[in-house]
Design a binder for this molecule. Structure first.
Ligand SMILES: [Zn+2]
Length: 468
């Protein structure tokens, strides 16, 4: 029996683990690498296994770095089943379709530019799309959805169970029971991305009691999040100040989970009469789609969100809120004197938020509020780092608006949460593989866990095969 770490090894993106039991060939996640060109280039490399031989893909959740290469797998001959929860399937469809559209548009623009200039003297290069809309639609036919908590046998010597990972709607940790060549059962536990306990809307991560081999994420394995309550209060204070001075507040928003979480907080603010009745715009077609999916699955909510529904309240809706799916709807926002505008992308790397920033950032009366992590090199990061001049759509702009960074919203467990979750396993693991973190973070976290739990830990390299 062997496991190969085909992604998210000493790095955060590209989650993909290949487990060969001798009898079955299994994948956990088939995500895309994201980041600078040298990293994204890895998406074009051949899989280190034959996709046609894979029996099952266990998909932990619908983030692009976990599902982004599924259509490639299918194009290359995969004939098995993709196992996930229903919300994971539905949100993955939205995310993959959006990716196909962006890949096609980027490539079309690149070809147009290339046709206009002489060849060879430009570094600007966009590869052909990895897949198209039709490939995504075909991918959806391979899904088979299950509920949390049901233990199911897929074949002789192969059993699985999904547990709530508390990260985004529908996210799961996978327990897998497999038999090795000698017929002995071994239990694997793949954490997927683990959520922060106390997160809005979704439930806290389920604790798992034992496992022989564990693959655990370590995104925030070296830090502690700011308190959530302080963060929500900070948001309220900014919004109240902005309403008083009749200014615009732009919130660059990630379409899945964060957008719904902010709507949830705004709904409570308005309901309690804490904010003036200025309009709120959700100006992101993808976030609007994701919100519709969230509304479909109240059985996946935590107790607080369920209680709101029982009272007849829509956690993602209030009279001030307007969805603006079309470009014409979006253009009308310009006329609103005071408003809260939630628009993508979350790191300001593209999308409608750029138009809103262009129109509003030079006015010192306005506010930009960041509610998610900003990767180095993005426009969002430059704003968070207080750069005074930025460039949008070939125009230089002076940043006069007030920029705020709220650190407490996170869909990821921090170091304390990860330790707590692993402690639930006691001394049962033979090895804990630490993945899905930057190299130094993963190494540090692995060392801490080894010391605390007195179990073997290991940080695999990208592509490394470990015999079990
Ligand atoms: Zn994730």
């Amino acid at each position: 029996m062997k496991i190969q770490f085909c992604g998210a090894a000493r790095t955060v993106t590209g989650s993909c683990y290949f487990l060969d039991t001798g009898k079955y060939k299994l994948l956990v996640d088939c995500g895309a690498f994201q980041g600078p060109y040298e990293v994204e280039k890895l998406n074009r490399e051949k899989f280190p296994f034959d996709p046609a031989e894979i029996d099952y893909v266990f998909l932990t959740h619908s983030h692009f770095d976990h599902c982004g290469r599924l259509p490639v797998l299918i194009k290359q001959g995969f004939k098995g089943k993709i196992i996930a929860t229903q919300p994971t399937r539905d949100i993955a469809q939205v995310i993959l379709l959006d990716s196909a559209r962006i890949q096609e548009e980027d490539y079309r623009r690149y070809k147009e530019r290339a046709a206009k200039r002489d060849s060879g003297d430009d570094d600007y290069f966009v590869p052909k799309p990895m897949y198209h809309k039709d490939d995504v639609n075909r991918t959806m036919e391979f899904f088979k959805v299950y509920a949390y908590g049901e233990s199911l046998e897929l074949g002789d010597g192969l059993e699985f169970r999904m547990r709530d990972a508390g990260h985004i709607l529908g996210s799961a940790s996978f327990e897998l029971w497999v038999k090795n060549a000698e017929g002995r059962a071994r239990k694997f536990l793949f954490s997927g991305d683990l959520g922060q306990p106390g997160q809005r809307i979704i439930r806290d991560p389920d604790m798992v009691r034992e496992a022989d081999y564990v693959v655990v994420e370590s995104t925030y394995g070296n830090r502690l999040h700011k308190s959530k309550d302080d963060t929500v209060l900070e948001l309220l204070t900014i919004l109240q100040g902005a309403a008083k001075s009749k200014s615009k507040v732009i919130i660059p928003t990630f379409a899945v989970e964060r957008a719904q979480e902010i709507l949830y907080e705004l709904n409570l603010f308005y309901e309690k009469g804490l904010l003036d009745k200025n309009p709120v715009f959700l100006d992101s077609p993808m976030a609007i789609e994701a919100t519709k999916i969230f509304r479909q699955y109240p059985t996946f909510y935590d107790e607080d969100a369920k209680r709101l529904i029982e009272k007849g309240d829509d956690p993602f809706g209030f009279p001030e809120l307007q969805f603006t799916p079309t470009v014409d709807d979006s253009k009308r926002i310009v006329d609103a004197p005071a408003a809260i505008i939630m628009a993508g992308s979350g790191m300001c790397t593209g999308g409608r938020v750029l138009h809103h920033l262009k129109n509003n950032i030079e006015d010192s009366n306005n506010h930009v509020v960041f509610v998610g992590y900003q990767v180095k090199g993005t426009l969002g990061r430059r704003l968070v780092d207080r750069e005074k001049t930025i460039r949008i759509h070939r125009k230089n702009l002076t940043v006069r608006a007030q920029v705020h960074t709220l650190g407490g919203f996170s869909a990821h467990a921090d170091e304390r949460d990860l330790r707590y979750w692993l402690r639930g396993l006691g001394h049962s693991p033979r090895t804990i593989f630490v993945t899905h973190g930057e190299e130094q973070t993963a190494l540090g976290f692995a060392a801490n866990i080894r010391e605390e739990l007195r179990v073997d830990t290991y940080v695999p390299n990208l592509g490394e095969v470990v015999e079990l």
